[in-house]
Write a protein that binds this ligand. Structure first.
Ligand code: ARG
Length: 457
């Protein structure tokens, strides 16, 4: 059955039908479509736009269709144009004329806009839940590594001492911001477009607020043209997900480095790494690499929807049907990536000795050595130069700052006293950085507690 029979004398050519159809990818909206239709029909009956009996028949049968779909009793017809057409024609097949009344005062344009918003709302909640699980794992791992000293890097060169806890907690900050961004996007998904109809609203005395309340939306859209042609929320979520993937990709990159023989800071669990088909010695971080790789695809989805939307005149254009595959793919991808990285992080073994060994080399306490002199009234630039000379001397003698005798220190500058050794001890360098945001145990533990409180609420 063609829903626009009347104007048309022929069925759509079958290849063209395949091209035009979106059912392959929008069938995942079946539940949102049915719940939206139930709310719409309830409102139509309540306002006597259709009879209460017809409204009830529609609602009951839509519930049956939902059950049948979920129990596998009803299969989605892959030849239908889209999920909206499929459900409406199935309804009409089952209850006749009453079914034909469902689409009163509605268009597929506001219908699809509604379905997508409902779907995104649900998925945003899911992604937030997963991010919270990931944060929990990172926080737990951090807690076990409050005393694990490692070099912090800039330019991938050993820079200053930190703890592995502090390093992991940096990712916690990123994923916390990601949750915040998702919650913000959620606000704009939470505006109900039904009633915009095709583009110019409707002259029926519908009750948009009732539909909004039935479906649990925050408010209704305020312009019918915008209501059917706004896809900002899809772009926003696509962007949020791209940023999450960027964070996942960065931690994946570090995991890949850390488990290389060059670093060997961690050992991945066998269950989350792979071997080589030819090199018997290999243990590869494929999972982390795949997450890093999939990030590119998710960025592609963001660019695609931005480009699709940029030239479209108001209001609905069929180009907008191209809004779905990309965001669905980004949602699926970010969910599987978070779910996969959680156990990988949870199970990797931290090789504390190797982190400590790396921290002992590379003069990562040189800044603290300069600060020591500065605290003894030497201007910082002068102190910087003195320590530069010390480091050059150490490199020549193949020594670390800790190895130097007090005489060697004094030869370079008389200001040095016995207390220099305390000042450059890595444990002290970290302990003394106890400002907000710093790596000291006290600060990191405090932040862990704040994050745990956030997770519990
Ligand atoms: N399948 C369409 C989409 O996803 C539904 C809206 C179609 N509206 C229209 N006037 N052709 O965008």
């Amino acid at each position: 059955m063609v829903l626009w029979e009347g104007r048309f004398k022929k069925e759509l050519d079958s290849k063209t039908n395949d091209f035009n159809s979106s059912i392959k990818f929008d069938s995942r909206l079946y539940k949102e479509d049915i719940l939206g239709s139930i709310a719409h029909s309830t409102m139509l009956g309540n306002k006597n736009i259709i009879s209460k009996e017809d409204s009830k028949k529609i609602v009951d049968e839509l519930n049956n269709i939902l059950n049948d779909l979920e129990n596998g009793k009803l299969e989605i017809d892959k030849d239908a144009e889209d999920i909206h057409m499929f459900i409406e024609s199935e309804l009409t097949k089952r209850i006749g004329d009453a079914g034909k009344r469902l689409h009163t005062a509605r268009s597929r344009n506001d219908q699809v806009a509604l379905d997508i918003k409902m779907y995104l709302k649900k998925e945003i909640e899911e992604i937030i839940k997963l991010l919270k699980q990931l944060i929990k794992i990172l926080v737990d791992k951090a807690k076990q590594n409050l005393d694990t000293i490692m070099p912090g890097y800039t330019h991938l060169q050993r820079a200053q001492p930190i703890t592995f806890a502090h390093h992991l907690m940096a990712y916690v900050e990123m994923f916390m911001r990601d949750i915040d961004r998702l919650k913000d996007t959620l606000k704009r998904c939470d505006i109900m477009p039904l009633g915009s109809s095709a583009l110019a609203g409707t002259s029926y005395d519908i009750d948009r607020d009732m539909v909004k309340d039935l479906l649990g939306f925050r408010e209704v859209t305020k312009n019918s043209l915008d209501g059917v042609s706004d896809r900002d929320h899809i772009i926003e979520l696509s962007s949020d997900i791209s940023i999450i993937m960027m964070h996942l990709s960065r931690i994946s990159e570090e995991i890949i480095m850390w488990c290389s023989w060059e670093f060997k800071f961690i050992e991945l669990d066998d269950a989350f790494s792979t071997g080589s088909s030819i090199m018997p010695q290999k243990k590869n971080p494929d999972i982390a690499e795949l997450i890093r790789g999939k990030t590119g695809r998710v960025y592609g989805n963001l660019v695609q929807i931005l480009v699709t939307m940029k030239g479209l005149p108001l209001a609905y254009n069929k180009d907008m049907q191209e809004d779905k595959e990309g965001i669905f793919d980004s949602i699926d991808t970010v969910k599987i990536c978070i779910s996969t990285i959680i156990p990988m992080i949870d199970t990797f073994k931290v090789i504390k000795e190797n982190m400590r060994k790396a921290a002992n080399k590379g003069f990562i306490n040189a800044t603290d050595c300069a600060d020591y002199l500065t605290k003894k009234q030497i201007p910082f630039r002068k102190a910087y130069k003195i320590v530069g000379n010390l480091v050059a001397y150490c490199i020549e003698k193949n020594k670390t700052l800790e190895d130097l005798t007090l005489d060697e220190y004094k030869n370079i500058d008389k200001t040095f006293e016995k207390d220099i050794y305390d000042a450059i001890k890595l444990e002290n360098c970290i302990k003394n950085r106890n400002l907000i945001g710093g790596p000291s145990n006290k600060t990191v533990e405090q932040r862990i507690e704040e994050v745990n409180n956030f997770l519990e609420n």
